[in-house]
Design a binder for this molecule. Sequence first.
Ligand code: ASP
Length: 303
Amino acid sequence: MLTVVASQNGSFGLPDAWKILQDGGSALDAVEAGARAVEDNPDDHTVGYAGHPNIHGIVELDASIMDGATRRAGAVGSLQGYRHAITVARAVMERTPHALITGSGAARLAAEIGETQENLLTEGEHTYWAAEVGGSKAGLLAQVRQFTRDPRDGAGTVDFLAIDRDGNLASAVSTSGWAFKHPGRLGDSPIIGAGNYCDNRYGAAACTGWGELAIRASTAHTAVMAMARGASPAEAATIALRDLFELPTDGLLPLMHIVVLSPSGEHAAATTTAATTTAGARYAWQAESMSELAVSDRLVVQP
Ligand code: ASP
């Protein structure tokens, strides 16, 4: 059952992913292509080119990719100067003996595989950063505390999950992370089990939202393991989000959105906020016999 499921901002890249599946391509190629398209989208300020910068005004990207057939995975963190973080993550998986490479090592790998180096900070994002942070003379820690006030502001991520003709699953996650973050801060997106997990036997899941919480609770892995115990995707998404309500969050809503896909192509998405303005309120998907993608509401799971 060919299927692609994505966070709502993935609608932009979903046709690329779908075309690959329809042409008989692999789920891995499909999720990479979908994420690459979103990384190219200059209107998406949460992923790839034109993403939100860190506290120093530098764009740092995180991404991961996972192959459900083998549970091989690759990830990059704090990648500067290369927009296609997902392709570099795939190179970590396929061309190195490692699973996660960060910072200058990730940039080195990007150069080695022929990715183009460029400045990812657009004029618009520079203006945004300069207006919010630019004039501050405070030290780094004070700046991060002052300008990175609420993890629920100024972030976003793209998630892709897919099943190909051979029944293989794959998942891809890419983000510029939390706006004005501390340099070197990694969210959940490059952490396998936190923001991304995929296993042909049980299904796949990927998150967007407050990355620190998904790291603390292994949220994507929680959802997939719920399916391993027999939960449907909707039940698995609910279990994984409910688990976050146990974490102390200084009174803030534990903002999290999750997309979940079973090996048979059943899917669901859930969110901890009922706010309809958030990019996480809906999700995009396409399955066999559909001529175009659909956008559906997520389940709302609240404390
Ligand atoms: N999960 C991402 C991070 O923490 C941000 C987001 O999806 O809003 O970096």
